[in-house]
Design a protein around this ligand. Structure first.
Ligand SMILES: *Cc1c(COP(=O)(O)O)cnc(C)c1O
Length: 427
């Protein structure tokens, strides 16, 4: 790296040229030591858009003014509130409107979708997934398998990185799918691995799974709002994601789900049903016998939590204005700059601490996040970063996960991070 790139002037210049720089003002940046923190955990909890207050206030006012009549009389009637979010989230994940719905929470949605799409038989019962998936996903898969009377040891095939490597070689995924072509029922991966930041080729995995006769689903918690997704075109069967990471829609906020058009009306699919998935034209006749809505809406159980949905809508309106293409372009630039800074520090200060970036170097195989192994340093170094106003994520024994988010992080944030990291390893 040219040393001059690791300078405040260089970073400020990049910010001046950044057409999305002003979006930072639309968010509250947590303050530490009397100034903006360097917030690199948007992959864990996205920051609050300043507009959220107005969106919530609208619903609080309508609730106060109308009570139950707000279901129909509110400015945005609650009865079909999710429909305000649908076209916006559909664009973010590359889906038709009828293929998505915002509802429930993520792990709940994964279970609901697996009830319909993981339908093991004696011959075909395996699930192929990534090793070290997010814990909630591991528990969901394990309990689904047991629910159907199978032993997770036989039914769950985990693809791990090769000996001495940190990320998964995609060839190993395709090989496992082929080797289990007679017994695989479901291929289920995280779109972006939460730990390594590895972005998988979802189109190719979908094609490989289908060729083997399996259903293919994705957990997009770390992918939605982070990378370009084309779920419809890729032919993905189902997917779910949360809204509180890159989508900035409040702690524990509502999730989204995707069901491909090819499954939009299959009343024969088993499902756990609730009244909000019932055909909306006849829902209030309240007759026995479940008649699902066509498309993803048919998987809804309950009437929507309007306050959480309103927070989500505030953020989706910002995404709608910017568009994923521009966000992804800035994201690539931000993360590449972060990578250069870390490499520069490693090159100059390797005797104190060598940083090994375990996230793929290829931009096509990663989103915003970099995961770095800090060889020779431990938690004390990370604690020093925290004291200096950096909010990042530490995983024992020595991994730092950092995610510059294109909506609100700046190039100066990255410069400051590097400066503080250098200080932390010198202490
Ligand atoms: C964040 C995350 C979750 C969290 O699930 P919740 O049901 O929202 O608590 C699950 N899976 C993955 C892959 C995640 O990254």
């Amino acid at each position: 790296m040219i040393a001059q790139k690791n300078s405040i002037q260089y970073a400020e210049n990049l910010d001046q040229q950044d057409p999305l720089a002003h979006y930072r003002e639309k968010f509250y940046i947590p303050q530490i030591n009397g100034e903006d923190s360097v917030y690199f955990t948007g992959n864990s909890l996205g920051l609050q858009p300043k507009s959220v207050k107005d969106y919530l206030q609208q619903e609080l006012d309508d609730w106060a003014k109308y009570g139950v009549e707000g279901h129909f009389d509110a400015k945005k009637p609650w009865f079909a509130y999710h429909e305000f979010l649908t076209p916006k989230i559909a664009k973010i994940v590359g889906a038709l409107d009828s293929e998505v719905v915002v509802t429930h929470s993520l792990t709940t949605n994964l279970h609901l979708l697996m009830v319909s799409f993981y339908r093991p038989t004696k011959e075909r019962f395996k699930i192929i997934c990534e090793a070290k998936a997010f814990p909630s996903d591991q528990y969901a898969l394990e309990s689904q398998v047991k629910f159907h009377g199978f032993d997770p040891k036989d039914a769950i095939v985990e693809i791990a990185p090769r000996e001495g490597e940190h990320t998964i070689n995609e060839e190993d995924i395709y090989k496992a799918i082929e080797e289990n072509a007679d017994s695989v029922a479901l291929v289920m991966f995280g779109g972006v691995n939460y730990y390594t930041g590895q972005l998988f080729d979802l189109e190719k995995i979908t094609a490989a799974g289908h060729k083997a006769g399996a259903v293919v689903g994705f957990d997009l918690a770390h992918a939605a709002g982070n990378v370009i997704l084309k779920l419809h075109d890729w032919g993905v069967d189902f997917a779910a994601w949360c809204s509180y990471k890159y989508l900035n829609s409040s702690p524990g906020g509502v999730s989204g789900m995707f069901v491909h058009q090819k499954h939009e009306y299959k009343p024969e699919l088993p499902r756990f049903a609730g009244w909000w998935g019932y055909d909306k034209d006849t829902r209030f006749l309240m007759e026995p016998g479940f008649v699902p809505m066509k498309g993803a809406e048919g998987w809804q159980l309950s009437n929507a939590p309007i306050l959480g949905m309103a927070a989500h809508l505030a953020s989706l309106d910002i995404f709608d204005e910017v568009g994923m293409e521009k966000l992804r372009a800035k994201s690539d630039q931000l993360t590449a700059y972060l990578e250069e800074i870390i490499d520069d520090i490693s090159a100059r200060k390797g005797h104190l601490c060598e940083f090994e970036i375990i996230t793929p170097r290829n931009q096509k195989e990663r989103g915003a996040q970099l995961s770095i192994l800090a060889h020779g340093k431990g938690k004390a170094m990370f604690d020093s970063l925290t004291k200096q106003g950096v909010i990042a994520d530490w995983r024992e024994p020595n991994v730092i996960r950092i995610a510059p988010v294109p909506l609100y992080n700046s190039f100066v944030d990255i410069y400051k991070f590097g400066e503080r990291l250098e200080k932390a390893i010198e202490e």
